[in-house]
Ligand binder design. Structure first.
Ligand code: ADE
Length: 246
């Protein structure tokens, strides 16, 4: 997967992608991130990327021209890209959207907006406005990193362990079951006996049940969206008998 990021703060993007799993993915050639400074596409002496809003009001607005010039220059290579603009008013980015991007595109261009606004005409050259949630950030850099990270880890080979994106929260619609590592007892808190039993069938059932319990407790809205198996229904019945809060 190739990403092109247009930003006035390339150092934010570069800092994140130069460590940990993103760095490894890039070193292995599985992910390619090109960071472009919008300021490099200005033509005036002051390299101005924003200006006062027509009609008045507070804040500055990103100028259309440097962004158009940057996109045109990047696209001169002929690579077909999904073009995104980060914006709190866009479609909300979810795991399903991450999967859709990872599956259907080989290159994604992300324009990091800013909270005061971007000249409306920029929208004529993008495919989609995308939001990472219902809150307002000062700029789109964190949003673009969220998208790059969530999409990259779905690229085969990036995580190393292929199974791990299948098992985790949201991929089957449930939250993750509780995990433990050594020691068996820590400050009086013991690892559930079943996990030490070596009985894989029991472990599987316990994990499913705890994933259901956690989801019922913390995100009951998610349960409505998934298809429950017969076993799930039995487990939910058990949980309801065990729990006071339900
Ligand atoms: N820019 C400001 N807030 C944002 C958000 N929630 N998502 C994407 N871009 C943003």
């Amino acid at each position: 997967m190739r990403f092109d990021v247009l930003t006035i703060f390339p150092e934010i993007i570069n800092a994140y992608i130069s460590v940990s799993i993103m760095k490894r993915a890039i070193d292995r050639g599985l992910v390619d991130v090109h960071v472009h400074n919008i300021r490099d596409y200005t033509t005036d002496k002051h390299r101005q990327v924003d200006d006062y809003p027509y009609g008045g009001g507070s804040g500055m607005v990103f100028k259309a021209e440097p962004i158009f010039r940057a996109v045109e220059s990047i696209e001169a290579d002929g690579i077909k890209r999904l073009k995104l603009l980060t914006s709190p008013g866009g479609r909300v980015f979810t795991q399903d959207v991450a999967r859709e991007y990872a599956k259907s595109h080989r290159a994604i261009l992300i324009i990091c907006g800013r909270y005061e606004g971007v000249d409306e005409r920029v929208k004529s050259i993008i495919d989609e406005e995308i939001s990472i949630g219902d809150y307002v950030l000062t700029g789109g850099e964190l949003a673009s990193l969220v998208i790059i990270d969530a999409v990259s880890r779905l690229i085969p080979g990036v995580l190393g362990d292929e199974a791990s994106t299948e098992e985790e929260s949201f991929s089957d619609g449930l939250l993750e079951y509780p995990q433990y590592t050594r020691p068996r007892e820590f400050r009086g808190m013991r690892v559930p006996e079943v996990l030490l039993s070596g009985n894989h069938q029991m472990v599987r059932r316990w994990r499913r049940k705890e994933a259901l319990r956690r989801t019922l407790k913390q995100r009951p809205d998610l349960i409505e969206k998934i298809e429950l198996t017969e076993e799930d229904r039995r487990l939910i019945k058990e949980i309801k008998e065990e729990e006071q809060w339900m």
